[in-house]
Design a protein around this ligand. Structure first.
Ligand SMILES: Cc1cc2nc3c(=O)[nH]c(=O)nc-3n(C[C@H](O)[C@H](O)[C@H](O)COP(=O)(O)O)c2cc1C
Length: 308
């Protein structure tokens, strides 16, 4: 991690040991072991896999991603090799000593439990439940908006998981705090806020939506203020640690999230604009901010902007 003052950045986030407060956001990059090893070598505290489902999914047809003002709009449809199909890559990452947060989704409680058991069995250091993807239709993604389902899924996974369980929330709900409270009641060890915002782009020449799936998820700087507000509101009510996600591009964004109540941040779309160097750049900027303002650790900054 270069010349970082890594001691001030290292933390234990609900049992997940992180050498730095940055992680890659699920799915934005590929998910092969060599690629995620490169991400780790770029300074992240742990790598997050693309979301894995119970079986192989090919995802939506093209076009699946388009650049829009302030970010990206995507409707990938969660293409992935399935939990079992990914085990070789997970084993390779663990052989290389890379801490792995395994992101996964399912359509039934039982599938969630099986996924959790298999991923923990192969050494995942934490699980991130993707309850929030807006692109997968009725049977999979809709649970993110329903507090009862979120609590049921979280507690079912907690009963079988041997690693910390992080619940990733959608901003596409009326009251994200009630969903975060449901995750906490279900036993979530941490919360990631947030996934992409539902959005659309239209091609004026073809007079049709750009994405084959019509509606997609917006990411990047365009969503930062919304995601930051979600973290702020959740932090006002919920006790478990929060991982901020949405539009983080530089250390100032990361510190804003920490002041709003996040213990760490996930960075996705910014990698498309700034390359893998973004992780170390954010880490170094945060370390410098801590030093210049005489803070001994990230923990001392978390939630400070809430002081009355
Ligand atoms: C191309 C693409 C694919 C994504 N795939 C996933 C995924 O598989 N699972 C998931 O939980 N989030 C997925 N996301 C959402 C990101 O993890 C993240 O929540 C979102 O992009 C906001 O962060 P950002 O603004 O830093 O990109 C994806 C985002 C993009 C742009």
């Amino acid at each position: 991690m270069g010349g970082l003052t890594s001691t001030s950045l290292a933390m234990d986030l609900a049992g997940l040991k992180l050498r730095s407060p940055t992680l890659n956001a699920s799915g934005v990059l590929g998910m092969s072991a060599p690629l995620l090893k490169r991400v780790y070598d770029s300074g992240v505290g742990a790598v997050v896999t693309k979301s894995l489902g119970p079986t192989l999914r090919t995802g939506h047809t093209n076009p699946t991603v388009v650049e829009v003002e302030g970010g990206l709009l995507n409707a990938m449809g969660l293409p992935n090799p399935g939990v079992e199909g990914y085990m070789g890559e997970l084993r390779e990452l663990k052989r290389e000593g890379v801490p792995v947060v395994a992101s996964f989704f399912a359509s039934t409680i039982e599938e969630f439990q099986v996924g959790a058991q298999v991923l923990c069995g192969e050494g995942a250091d934490a699980l991130e439940l993707n309850l929030s993807c807006p692109n997968v239709g009725e049977e999979l993604g809709m649970c993110a908006a329903d507090a009862i389902s979120v609590e049921r899924i979280t507690s079912a996974v907690k009963r079988v998981a041997k690693a910390p369980v992080i619940v990733k929330l959608s901003p596409n709900v009326t009251d994200i705090v009630s969903i975060a409270v449901a995750a906490e009641r279900g036993g979530a060890d941490a919360i990631t806020a947030v996934n992409t915002l539902k959005a659309i782009a239209i091609d004026v020449d073809f007079r049709r939506p750009v994405l084959a799936n019509v509606i997609g998820g917006l990411s990047g700087p365009a969503i930062k203020s919304v995601a930051l507000r979600c973290v702020w509101e959740i932090a006002e009510t919920v006790k478990v640690p929060i991982i901020g996600c949405g539009g983080v591009s530089n250390w100032r964004d990361a510190v804003e999230y920490m002041l709003a109540g996040a213990s760490a941040v996930e960075i996705g779309t910014a990698v498309m604009y700034h390359g893998f160097e973004v992780y170390n750049a954010v880490n170094e900027g945060v370390a410098k901010y801590l030093k210049e303002n005489r803070f001994g650790s990230v923990k001392e900054v978390v939630g400070l902007a809430h002081r009355k």
